[in-house]
Design a protein around this ligand. Structure first.
Ligand code: FES
Ligand SMILES: [Fe+2]
Length: 444
């Protein structure tokens, strides 16, 4: 790491260490030590089409068998490598189209019909299968060494019913780290998401709750304060505000949870989480989990609104939208015309929150070159994430436990929040986290 005139910069080696996840890259080895979302539960039906999924540079097939249980296996057939994503899915196994071998959800070879009837060949080999969990409307798997399977990240929302959760998902053609950096970047909403911020300020809150998000508009240059915690860190963005003529601080906290989760403040009755799952060095799948925490369901009109505001439309089999550099992310320059202030005016010219994030992050290049940037005071949380993750990758390479996994804490107590506080009131005691996590306590 280079210190340059008080500025924080990454050198080329650190930039590569941070970004690359394929093969035996240390960051990939670290991230394989955590449970990862691989699909939404609704993506696979019993005896329905298997899905091919690429995560951390590995290719897998995911399917739901005749008993309704999910299997996550290596994609390549153990016989001669045909894709099991093309396989038939019936009678509690995938049947490879090429020579008919049948593999169950655990990786057991149950039949090799192209071998002689008396062959015991199938009992001597096994296909590679991975541990599977279903929680919070998602399918999760663990791709690290079996002997050190980590604790499941049981966030508050992972215990919620499917109708209390709505998840937006989209693939981005860029590296995971620059996508995550967007989620812990408090200063960009006023600008990139100006259209949304103005709609919220005008009372168009799609989540139906009170929320203070519109206060962000008052002060476009938040001061950031960061606090390390057992699982990563939380930061507060502090903005000047006024209440009944008295100066106040509008505080909004965001959580970074290793390896690539961001939890941010939601209106009352809601919990918002985002996760960035690396596909490979140059691609990422982004999930935005909207969950109710007041027992209400998210009905169809709400789902439609969340989807509309995100701008996420039809996705291909790898979850890509038809928005990319080749069509300049469908930016509408006409709508950016200042003469159009009011109806139809857009600051970004892009349709929706997620399209804005995706377009900007892809525009930085497949692996953003951090040796040429100029970080300011509003980039404090981004600097902290890079430091923690670089340090975690190096420690893990030396045989130390992955970040957070040698600590006891309750994922369910991790919360982001927002409040108007009196000047000088300590935000750590009033905003977000619950229970012991509030104090930054970690047992062990
Ligand atoms: S390659 Fe799958 S059965 Fe031969
Ligand atoms: Fe954003």
């Amino acid at each position: 790491m280079i210190k340059d005139g008080g500025c924080y910069m990454l050198n080329r080696e650190d930039n590569e260490l941070l970004a690359r996840v394929e093969g035996d890259a240390p960051m990939g080895e670290l991230m394989r030590r955590y449970w990862m979302p691989v699909l939404l539960s609704s993506d696979v039906e019993s005896d329905g089409a298997p899905r091919r999924v690429r995560i951390l540079g590995g290719d897998y097939v995911v399917f739901r068998d005749s008993e309704g249980e999910v299997g996550v296996l290596d994609e390549a057939c153990p016989h001669r490598g045909a894709s099991l994503a093309l396989a038939r899915n019936e009678n509690c196994a995938l049947q490879c189209l090429y020579h008919g071998w049948r593999v169950d959800r655990t990786g057991k070879i149950v039949e090799t019909p192209s071998e002689p009837a008396d062959s015991t060949f199938k009992d001597k080999i096994r296909h590679v299968g991975y541990p599977v969990r279903e929680a919070g409307g998602m399918i999760w798997s663990y791709f690290g060494p079996p002997e050190v399977e980590p604790r499941f990240p049981d966030f508050e929302w992972t215990g919620r019913k499917p109708e209390e959760i709505y998840t937006i998902r989209v693939a981005q053609r860029c590296n995971w780290a620059q996508a995550l950096e967007g989620a812990i970047d408090a200063a960009h909403s006023n600008f990139l998401h100006n259209d949304l911020a103005r709609r919220l300020a005008a009372g168009g809150d799609y989540t139906g709750g009170g929320g203070l998000l519109n206060l962000q508009l008052i002060d476009g240059a938040p001061k950031l304060e960061v606090q390390n915690l057992p699982y990563g860190f939380q930061y507060a963005a502090l903005r000047d505000a006024i209440e009944e003529g008295r100066p106040k601080k509008y505080v909004r906290t965001t959580q970074f949870v290793a390896p690539s989760w961001a939890l941010f403040s939601a209106p009352p009755g809601w919990v918002f989480s985002q996760v960035f799952v690396p596909v490979d060095d140059y691609n990422t799948v982004f999930y935005f989990i909207h969950a109710r925490d007041d027992g209400n369901v998210i009905d169809e009109p709400y789902r439609a609104k969340i989807l509309e505001w995100s701008g996420v439309g039809e996705l291909d089999n790898e979850f890509h939208m038809d928005f990319h550099v080749g069509n300049m992310w469908r930016q509408d320059r006409d709508s950016m015309d200042r003469g159009k202030r009011g109806d139809g005016f857009s600051f970004s010219g892009m349709t929706g929150n997620q399209v804005e994030d995706l377009g900007i992050q892809e525009s930085m290049g497949p692996i953003y070159d951090r040796t040429r940037e100029h970080l300011g005071t509003s980039d404090l949380a981004i600097i902290r994430m890079r430091r923690l993750m670089l340090d975690a990758a190096r420690r893990h390479e030396r045989g130390e436990p992955p970040l957070g996994q040698d600590k006891e804490f309750d994922y369910g107590e991790i919360r982001a929040g927002e409040r108007l506080l009196d000047i000088g009131e300590p935000w750590q005691e009033h905003v977000g986290n619950r229970g012991e996590i509030r104090e930054g306590v970690a047992r062990g």
